[in-house]
Design a protein around this ligand. Sequence first.
Ligand code: HEC
Ligand code: HEC
Ligand code: HEC
Ligand code: HEC
Ligand code: HEC
Ligand code: HEC
Length: 434
Amino acid sequence: MLKTTHKIFLAFLLVLTVTFGVQAQESEQAEVAAKGVEPGSTEGAETGSADPAVIDAGAALFKNNCAVCHSAGSDVIVGPGLKGITGKRSEGWLIKWIKNSQALIQSGDADAIAIYNEYNKQAMPSFASLSDDDVKAILAYVDAQANVAAAAPTTVAGPEGAAPGANVGTDAIGAIGGYLDIVLVVLIIVLIVLVVTLLLITSLLKNYLNKNRQLDEADNEIVNQRFDFSKIYKSKAVRTLVLLIFVVVLVDLGLDKMMGIGIQQGYAPKQPIAFSHKLHAGEHQIDCSYCHTTVYESKSASIPSANICMNCHSQIKKESPEIQKIYRAIERNKPIEWVRIHNLPDLSYFNHSQHTQVGGVECQTCHGPIQEMDVVYQYSPLTMGWCIDCHRETPLNTEGNAYYDNLVKLHEQSSKGAFTVASNGGTECSKCHY
Ligand code: HEC
Ligand code: HEC
Ligand code: HEC
Ligand code: HEC
Ligand code: HEC
Ligand code: HEC
């Protein structure tokens, strides 16, 4: 007979096996669906003829070097979407272009000159450091993405008209992680099944021996010895292993947090004082520029000093512990250490007055519903693509400004579209980069 503790242990293992099994199957299905291939046909998962390892390498190269300006689909970011590019241009041409587009243009190549003019003579940077194979890997990745996008609508019951090219870049990278997960889960299942089978075999053997054999004292002891679980807990090796795993997980989580600072959409750090925009800018309707005093006049919006708070809080809510923190900062003559939320990298130039005062863009267009936030969070992605998209779409307010009259006339002769920020040079590199 099996001991009750053994039975419970076995039941527990079985439950684990089943749940892991279901999860693995589900994630496998999701993974396959995301790649736009029928479940079951693992062979077909890799589209195109290129080696998956090459495509992965291409994906990384593309993300690091090209994704700021190009999508792998058909969306225009700074340069054209690269979908179908290998059908449009020869491999030799592409290698020359990507390594040094200016040289190709200067050599008088008609296609190069045409595309250069089409994109307002914005010089694409040279990538002389990429080898021919690197470039081929990038192109293989772009092709693979196009195939994934083409296959997607037929098998994935997504919403009508969902842009197939969107987000494809992350799919491929996600899929690699997904496969690793699946491999891990399968390994765990195999291990568990092995343990269960071994336990079953031992208990069967034990029963058989006990019932059918005349055992002497020594044999009896060996057969019926009890497995001592406490030995496992006491073992040094096991303890060290558990500690090690714990530390690794902790460090990993910590790193993720640190890398995210200042660059993440949705970033909402805890502030030293529980200051609420919902209360001040929302309920009490204090004007943004009462506190962010320079937002209409200069590059930076400025964060209010404690003195501005004191205009009101020398009277209001004096006894509140949060307000006491403001007093303490003033006593110690130290600024309140607000945690910065929005932070563009140094290489880019952004000017508030140009957007709020001259352009008439509302704070909320970029910062979201600040007047409803108890804790401010980064509402917009603040990527280069985000800046440029808006410049492409937003018509410039030229009314009553004689400076623009000639420019607008010129623009109307050459193009049917509206006179946007981009038409006035708002996508030129030097406007946003020092
Ligand atoms: C800083 C922006 C920028 C980066 C980064 C960039 N490109 Fe470009 N690319 C452009 C622009 C702009 C054009 C349009 C032509 C022009 O104005 O020079 C272009 C054109 C192209 C073309 C020609 C498209 C056609 O229809 O003929 C290819 C191919 C291309 N880029 C590939 C790449 C690859 C691959 C990378 C990464 C290794 C890359 N680009 C990185 C801006 C960029
Ligand atoms: C009573 C003063 C006050 C008013 C009024 C106010 N703010 Fe603020 N704002 C602050 C303080 C203090 C901080 C820093 C603490 C924080 O992030 O909550 C801040 C932070 C911010 C930030 C984040 C800054 C960063 O670190 O990147 C934004 C964006 C912002 N405010 C926008 C607005 C807008 C838009 C309005 C008007 C709707 C507004 N604020 C009204 C005091 C004010
Ligand atoms: C123009 C006036 C005004 C200014 C300036 C102002 N506040 Fe306030 N603040 C108020 C009012 C009004 C309340 C709500 C009081 C209430 O609920 O009775 C308040 C409430 C608060 C509270 C909540 C206190 C509590 O315990 O309920 C905090 C914290 C606070 N303010 C922090 C700040 C900080 C920090 C600044 C400076 C960046 C600041 N305030 C600037 C008017 C102001
Ligand atoms: C066109 C988009 C846009 C608009 C409109 C805009 N902001 Fe910003 N804001 C940004 C960006 C981008 C940053 C990050 C700037 C940086 O890191 O250099 C920022 C940063 C800030 C900061 C942090 C301090 C600083 O200057 O870096 C505050 C505060 C702020 N904005 C308040 C406002 C207020 C108040 C308004 C409206 C009067 C406003 N913003 C309108 C895009 C915008
Ligand atoms: C919500 C729309 C919007 C967003 C987002 C936006 N801008 Fe603008 N930007 C404008 C408008 C509108 C103007 C034109 C202002 C004017 O009338 O001169 C402008 C003008 C500019 C100019 C001056 C262009 C010129 O021709 O002189 C620069 C530089 C600029 N923006 C940088 C940025 C940067 C950097 C970002 C991203 C961090 C950004 N903008 C995000 C709307 C936007
Ligand atoms: C409207 C403003 C704007 C224009 C125009 C613009 N950029 Fe940027 N660029 C940014 C901002 C903002 C960032 C930082 C945000 C990010 O990394 O996405 C950036 C980042 C970059 C980076 C660093 C990317 C990274 O991941 O670190 C490069 C390289 C770059 N831009 C090159 C260019 C070139 C070349 C051009 C001209 C074809 C150009 N940019 C035009 C706003 C602009």
